[in-house]
Design a binder for this molecule. Structure first.
Ligand code: GLV
Length: 336
Protein backbone atom coordinates (compact mmCIF):
# COMPACT_ATOMS: atom_id res chain seq x y z
CA UNK A 1 0.00 0.00 0.00
CA UNK A 2 1.27 3.46 -0.91
CA UNK A 3 1.96 5.94 1.92
CA UNK A 4 -0.81 8.49 2.42
CA UNK A 5 0.22 12.13 2.34
CA UNK A 6 -1.70 15.33 3.09
CA UNK A 7 -0.38 18.53 1.46
CA UNK A 8 -1.93 21.71 2.81
CA UNK A 9 -1.35 23.93 -0.25
CA UNK A 10 -0.34 23.70 -3.88
CA UNK A 11 3.41 24.32 -3.70
CA UNK A 12 5.52 25.02 -6.82
CA UNK A 13 6.64 22.11 -8.95
CA UNK A 14 8.41 19.77 -8.81
CA UNK A 15 7.32 19.41 -5.16
CA UNK A 16 3.98 17.67 -5.52
CA UNK A 17 4.79 15.54 -8.55
CA UNK A 18 7.86 14.11 -6.77
CA UNK A 19 5.60 12.93 -3.95
CA UNK A 20 2.82 11.71 -6.25
CA UNK A 21 5.24 9.32 -7.97
CA UNK A 22 5.17 7.01 -4.95
CA UNK A 23 2.42 8.19 -2.58
CA UNK A 24 -1.34 8.71 -2.45
CA UNK A 25 -1.70 12.46 -2.11
CA UNK A 26 -4.61 14.51 -0.82
CA UNK A 27 -3.97 18.13 -1.73
CA UNK A 28 -5.86 21.00 -0.09
CA UNK A 29 -7.13 22.63 -3.28
CA UNK A 30 -7.43 26.27 -2.18
CA UNK A 31 -4.98 29.10 -1.62
CA UNK A 32 -6.70 29.83 1.70
CA UNK A 33 -5.22 27.63 4.44
CA UNK A 34 -7.23 24.64 5.64
CA UNK A 35 -8.89 25.12 9.02
CA UNK A 36 -7.56 23.39 12.11
CA UNK A 37 -10.53 20.97 11.90
CA UNK A 38 -9.80 20.18 8.26
CA UNK A 39 -6.19 19.33 9.06
CA UNK A 40 -7.37 17.22 12.03
CA UNK A 41 -9.78 15.31 9.77
CA UNK A 42 -7.22 14.67 7.07
CA UNK A 43 -4.38 13.69 9.35
CA UNK A 44 -6.20 10.68 10.88
CA UNK A 45 -5.04 8.14 8.29
CA UNK A 46 -1.95 9.94 6.90
CA UNK A 47 1.66 8.82 7.06
CA UNK A 48 3.07 12.21 6.15
CA UNK A 49 2.13 15.88 6.21
CA UNK A 50 3.54 18.67 4.07
CA UNK A 51 2.54 22.02 5.59
CA UNK A 52 3.19 25.75 5.40
CA UNK A 53 4.19 28.25 8.06
CA UNK A 54 0.61 29.52 8.22
CA UNK A 55 -0.71 26.09 9.32
CA UNK A 56 -0.70 25.66 13.09
CA UNK A 57 0.47 22.09 13.71
CA UNK A 58 -0.17 21.80 17.42
CA UNK A 59 -0.29 18.85 19.81
CA UNK A 60 -3.92 18.17 19.03
CA UNK A 61 -3.18 17.67 15.35
CA UNK A 62 -0.06 15.65 16.05
CA UNK A 63 -2.00 13.34 18.36
CA UNK A 64 -4.82 12.97 15.84
CA UNK A 65 -2.44 11.25 13.39
CA UNK A 66 -1.48 7.84 14.82
CA UNK A 67 0.30 6.83 11.59
CA UNK A 68 2.15 10.11 11.11
CA UNK A 69 5.88 9.61 10.58
CA UNK A 70 6.99 12.89 9.08
CA UNK A 71 6.00 16.54 9.02
CA UNK A 72 7.76 18.47 6.31
CA UNK A 73 7.34 22.23 6.36
CA UNK A 74 7.77 24.41 3.30
CA UNK A 75 9.62 27.01 5.39
CA UNK A 76 12.76 27.66 7.34
CA UNK A 77 10.75 28.88 10.35
CA UNK A 78 9.13 26.19 12.48
CA UNK A 79 7.40 28.06 15.29
CA UNK A 80 4.06 26.87 13.88
CA UNK A 81 4.90 23.26 14.75
CA UNK A 82 4.89 21.79 18.26
CA UNK A 83 8.32 20.23 17.77
CA UNK A 84 8.47 18.72 21.27
CA UNK A 85 5.09 16.99 20.86
CA UNK A 86 6.05 15.65 17.42
CA UNK A 87 9.40 14.39 18.66
CA UNK A 88 7.76 12.62 21.61
CA UNK A 89 5.52 10.80 19.14
CA UNK A 90 8.51 9.77 16.99
CA UNK A 91 7.59 12.10 14.14
CA UNK A 92 10.44 13.38 11.98
CA UNK A 93 10.43 17.07 11.04
CA UNK A 94 11.97 18.45 7.86
CA UNK A 95 12.36 22.14 6.98
CA UNK A 96 14.14 24.29 4.37
CA UNK A 97 17.12 26.12 5.90
CA UNK A 98 19.79 27.68 3.68
CA UNK A 99 17.63 27.69 0.57
CA UNK A 100 15.93 31.03 1.07
CA UNK A 101 18.87 32.84 2.69
CA UNK A 102 19.91 34.95 -0.29
CA UNK A 103 16.33 35.68 -1.43
CA UNK A 104 15.40 36.91 2.05
CA UNK A 105 18.59 38.96 2.38
CA UNK A 106 17.83 40.56 -1.01
CA UNK A 107 14.36 41.45 0.21
CA UNK A 108 15.65 42.89 3.50
CA UNK A 109 18.03 45.05 1.51
CA UNK A 110 15.27 46.08 -0.90
CA UNK A 111 13.19 47.21 2.07
CA UNK A 112 16.17 49.07 3.49
CA UNK A 113 16.82 50.91 0.22
CA UNK A 114 13.14 51.32 -0.54
CA UNK A 115 12.36 52.87 2.84
CA UNK A 116 15.48 55.06 2.88
CA UNK A 117 14.81 56.39 -0.63
CA UNK A 118 11.00 56.48 -0.36
CA UNK A 119 10.58 54.29 -3.42
CA UNK A 120 6.97 53.26 -2.88
CA UNK A 121 5.96 56.76 -1.82
CA UNK A 122 7.48 58.15 -5.03
CA UNK A 123 5.64 55.54 -7.09
CA UNK A 124 2.32 56.37 -5.37
CA UNK A 125 2.97 60.09 -5.85
CA UNK A 126 3.58 59.71 -9.57
CA UNK A 127 0.64 57.37 -10.21
CA UNK A 128 -1.58 59.71 -8.17
CA UNK A 129 -0.72 62.46 -10.71
CA UNK A 130 1.17 64.45 -8.06
CA UNK A 131 4.23 65.07 -10.30
CA UNK A 132 3.67 68.55 -11.70
CA UNK A 133 7.17 70.08 -11.67
CA UNK A 134 9.94 68.58 -13.79
CA UNK A 135 12.60 68.62 -11.07
CA UNK A 136 11.96 69.81 -7.60
CA UNK A 137 15.02 70.27 -5.32
CA UNK A 138 13.24 69.16 -2.19
CA UNK A 139 10.77 66.60 -3.51
CA UNK A 140 10.61 63.35 -1.50
CA UNK A 141 14.04 63.65 0.06
CA UNK A 142 15.18 60.39 1.56
CA UNK A 143 18.16 59.42 3.62
CA UNK A 144 21.58 58.06 2.56
CA UNK A 145 22.42 54.41 2.75
CA UNK A 146 26.06 54.54 1.57
CA UNK A 147 28.51 54.77 4.45
CA UNK A 148 25.89 54.60 7.23
CA UNK A 149 25.63 52.10 10.10
CA UNK A 150 23.55 48.94 9.93
CA UNK A 151 22.67 47.02 13.09
CA UNK A 152 21.79 43.36 12.58
CA UNK A 153 19.82 41.60 15.30
CA UNK A 154 20.49 37.86 14.97
CA UNK A 155 23.55 37.06 12.89
CA UNK A 156 22.55 33.64 11.55
CA UNK A 157 22.50 32.60 7.91
CA UNK A 158 20.25 35.44 6.72
CA UNK A 159 21.80 38.08 9.00
CA UNK A 160 25.24 37.23 7.60
CA UNK A 161 23.94 37.43 4.02
CA UNK A 162 22.61 40.92 4.80
CA UNK A 163 25.98 41.88 6.33
CA UNK A 164 27.75 40.86 3.10
CA UNK A 165 25.40 43.07 1.07
CA UNK A 166 25.96 45.98 3.47
CA UNK A 167 29.70 45.88 2.82
CA UNK A 168 29.00 46.71 -0.81
CA UNK A 169 27.32 49.88 0.44
CA UNK A 170 30.31 50.80 2.57
CA UNK A 171 28.25 50.42 5.72
CA UNK A 172 29.62 49.89 9.19
CA UNK A 173 27.93 46.69 10.33
CA UNK A 174 27.12 46.09 14.00
CA UNK A 175 25.48 42.92 15.22
CA UNK A 176 24.01 41.42 18.31
CA UNK A 177 23.59 37.72 18.99
CA UNK A 178 23.28 35.51 22.06
CA UNK A 179 26.72 34.02 21.43
CA UNK A 180 29.05 36.48 19.67
CA UNK A 181 31.04 35.13 16.72
CA UNK A 182 34.71 34.18 17.06
CA UNK A 183 36.93 37.23 16.40
CA UNK A 184 38.29 35.91 13.09
CA UNK A 185 34.79 35.36 11.73
CA UNK A 186 33.85 38.90 12.79
CA UNK A 187 36.89 40.20 10.91
CA UNK A 188 36.11 38.17 7.80
CA UNK A 189 32.53 39.38 7.73
CA UNK A 190 33.49 42.94 8.71
CA UNK A 191 31.07 43.08 11.66
CA UNK A 192 31.38 44.34 15.23
CA UNK A 193 29.51 43.03 18.25
CA UNK A 194 27.31 45.36 20.32
CA UNK A 195 24.81 44.79 23.10
CA UNK A 196 21.20 45.02 21.95
CA UNK A 197 20.84 48.46 23.54
CA UNK A 198 24.07 49.81 22.01
CA UNK A 199 23.04 48.49 18.63
CA UNK A 200 19.68 50.28 18.78
CA UNK A 201 21.39 53.52 19.86
CA UNK A 202 24.15 53.50 17.27
CA UNK A 203 22.51 52.21 14.09
CA UNK A 204 21.00 54.16 11.20
CA UNK A 205 19.21 51.01 10.09
CA UNK A 206 18.26 48.07 12.31
CA UNK A 207 17.44 44.82 10.52
CA UNK A 208 15.88 41.89 12.38
CA UNK A 209 16.96 38.33 11.60
CA UNK A 210 16.10 36.38 14.70
CA UNK A 211 13.70 33.44 14.87
CA UNK A 212 10.51 33.87 16.88
CA UNK A 213 10.93 32.29 20.31
CA UNK A 214 9.67 33.09 23.82
CA UNK A 215 12.78 35.27 24.28
CA UNK A 216 12.45 37.20 21.03
CA UNK A 217 8.68 37.88 21.19
CA UNK A 218 8.36 41.69 21.44
CA UNK A 219 12.13 42.04 21.59
CA UNK A 220 11.61 45.35 19.80
CA UNK A 221 9.38 47.12 22.30
CA UNK A 222 8.66 50.77 23.09
CA UNK A 223 11.72 51.15 25.31
CA UNK A 224 14.06 49.85 22.60
CA UNK A 225 12.42 51.90 19.85
CA UNK A 226 13.01 54.96 22.02
CA UNK A 227 16.73 54.20 21.97
CA UNK A 228 16.86 54.52 18.17
CA UNK A 229 17.96 57.69 16.40
CA UNK A 230 15.06 59.83 15.16
CA UNK A 231 16.55 59.39 11.66
CA UNK A 232 16.76 55.60 11.94
CA UNK A 233 14.79 52.95 10.07
CA UNK A 234 13.65 49.52 11.29
CA UNK A 235 13.56 46.58 8.86
CA UNK A 236 11.73 43.35 9.72
CA UNK A 237 11.86 40.32 7.44
CA UNK A 238 11.99 37.86 10.37
CA UNK A 239 8.68 37.37 12.18
CA UNK A 240 6.03 39.96 13.01
CA UNK A 241 5.73 39.23 16.74
CA UNK A 242 9.44 40.01 17.25
CA UNK A 243 8.19 43.62 17.17
CA UNK A 244 5.54 45.08 19.47
CA UNK A 245 3.51 46.47 16.57
CA UNK A 246 1.45 48.88 18.69
CA UNK A 247 4.69 50.40 20.02
CA UNK A 248 6.08 50.60 16.48
CA UNK A 249 2.99 52.42 15.23
CA UNK A 250 3.42 54.94 18.04
CA UNK A 251 7.13 55.31 17.27
CA UNK A 252 6.33 56.01 13.61
CA UNK A 253 3.41 58.34 14.30
CA UNK A 254 5.31 60.33 16.90
CA UNK A 255 8.54 60.27 14.84
CA UNK A 256 10.73 58.57 17.45
CA UNK A 257 12.13 56.87 14.32
CA UNK A 258 12.04 57.89 10.67
CA UNK A 259 10.54 54.82 9.05
CA UNK A 260 10.11 51.06 8.82
CA UNK A 261 10.26 48.44 6.11
CA UNK A 262 8.14 45.44 7.06
CA UNK A 263 7.59 42.10 5.37
CA UNK A 264 6.02 40.42 8.41
CA UNK A 265 3.32 41.41 10.89
CA UNK A 266 1.87 40.34 14.20
CA UNK A 267 -1.23 39.19 12.35
CA UNK A 268 -0.99 37.89 8.78
CA UNK A 269 -2.73 38.78 6.60
CA UNK A 270 -2.76 42.29 8.06
CA UNK A 271 -6.15 43.68 9.22
CA UNK A 272 -7.63 46.36 6.96
CA UNK A 273 -7.83 48.56 10.08
CA UNK A 274 -4.11 48.23 10.88
CA UNK A 275 -2.84 51.82 11.41
CA UNK A 276 0.39 50.97 9.57
CA UNK A 277 -1.64 51.13 6.36
CA UNK A 278 -2.17 54.86 6.90
CA UNK A 279 1.46 55.79 7.45
CA UNK A 280 3.61 57.14 4.64
CA UNK A 281 6.95 56.44 6.31
CA UNK A 282 6.62 52.68 5.97
CA UNK A 283 7.07 50.19 3.16
CA UNK A 284 4.84 47.14 3.66
CA UNK A 285 5.08 43.79 1.90
CA UNK A 286 2.91 40.67 2.23
CA UNK A 287 5.53 38.19 3.60
CA UNK A 288 7.61 37.90 0.43
CA UNK A 289 11.04 37.07 1.92
CA UNK A 290 11.53 33.84 -0.02
CA UNK A 291 9.27 34.80 -2.93
CA UNK A 292 11.52 34.20 -5.90
CA UNK A 293 10.76 31.52 -8.47
CA UNK A 294 14.15 29.96 -7.82
CA UNK A 295 13.91 29.87 -4.01
CA UNK A 296 10.33 28.63 -3.92
CA UNK A 297 10.97 25.86 -6.42
CA UNK A 298 14.01 24.70 -4.43
CA UNK A 299 12.00 24.86 -1.19
CA UNK A 300 9.35 22.66 -2.82
CA UNK A 301 11.95 20.12 -3.93
CA UNK A 302 13.63 20.02 -0.52
CA UNK A 303 10.36 19.71 1.37
CA UNK A 304 9.31 16.83 -0.91
CA UNK A 305 12.73 15.16 -0.48
CA UNK A 306 12.57 15.55 3.31
CA UNK A 307 9.20 13.83 3.37
CA UNK A 308 10.13 11.06 0.96
CA UNK A 309 13.46 10.35 2.68
CA UNK A 310 11.69 9.47 5.93
CA UNK A 311 9.22 7.22 4.09
CA UNK A 312 12.25 5.50 2.53
CA UNK A 313 13.69 5.00 6.02
CA UNK A 314 16.45 7.52 5.33
CA UNK A 315 17.61 10.70 7.07
CA UNK A 316 15.83 13.77 5.67
CA UNK A 317 18.32 16.14 3.98
CA UNK A 318 17.20 19.06 6.18
CA UNK A 319 16.25 17.50 9.47
CA UNK A 320 15.17 19.59 12.43
CA UNK A 321 14.71 17.11 15.31
CA UNK A 322 17.55 14.61 15.11
CA UNK A 323 16.82 13.41 18.65
CA UNK A 324 13.64 11.74 17.30
CA UNK A 325 15.71 8.83 16.02
CA UNK A 326 16.07 7.56 19.58
CA UNK A 327 12.29 7.33 19.83
CA UNK A 328 11.58 5.88 16.40
CA UNK A 329 14.61 4.65 14.44
CA UNK A 330 14.52 5.32 10.70
CA UNK A 331 14.17 1.57 10.07
CA UNK A 332 10.62 1.95 11.49
CA UNK A 333 9.57 4.75 9.15
CA UNK A 334 10.35 2.81 5.97
CA UNK A 335 7.30 2.32 3.75
CA UNK A 336 8.86 2.78 0.32
C1 GLV B 1 9.50 32.16 5.71
O1 GLV B 1 9.14 33.03 6.43
C2 GLV B 1 9.98 30.88 6.15
O2 GLV B 1 10.07 30.61 7.36
O3 GLV B 1 10.27 30.06 5.28
Amino acid sequence: MKPKVYITRRIPEPGISLIEQSCDVILHPHDEPPTHEEIMDHIRDKDALLCLLSDRIDREIIEAGPNLKVISTFSVGFEHIDVAAATRKGIYIGYTPGILTEATADLAFSLLLGTARRITEGDRFLRGHGWKTAFSPSLLLGTSVWGTTLGIVGLGRIGKAVARRARGFNMEVLYTKRNPLPRDEETNLGVEYRSLEELFEQSDFVSLHTPLTDETRHLVNGARLRLMKPTAVLINTARGPVVDEAALVRALQEKWIAGAGLDVFEKEPIDPTNPLLHLDNVVLLPHLGSATTQARSKMATVSARNLLAVLHGEAPPCWLNQEVEKIRPLTRTKML
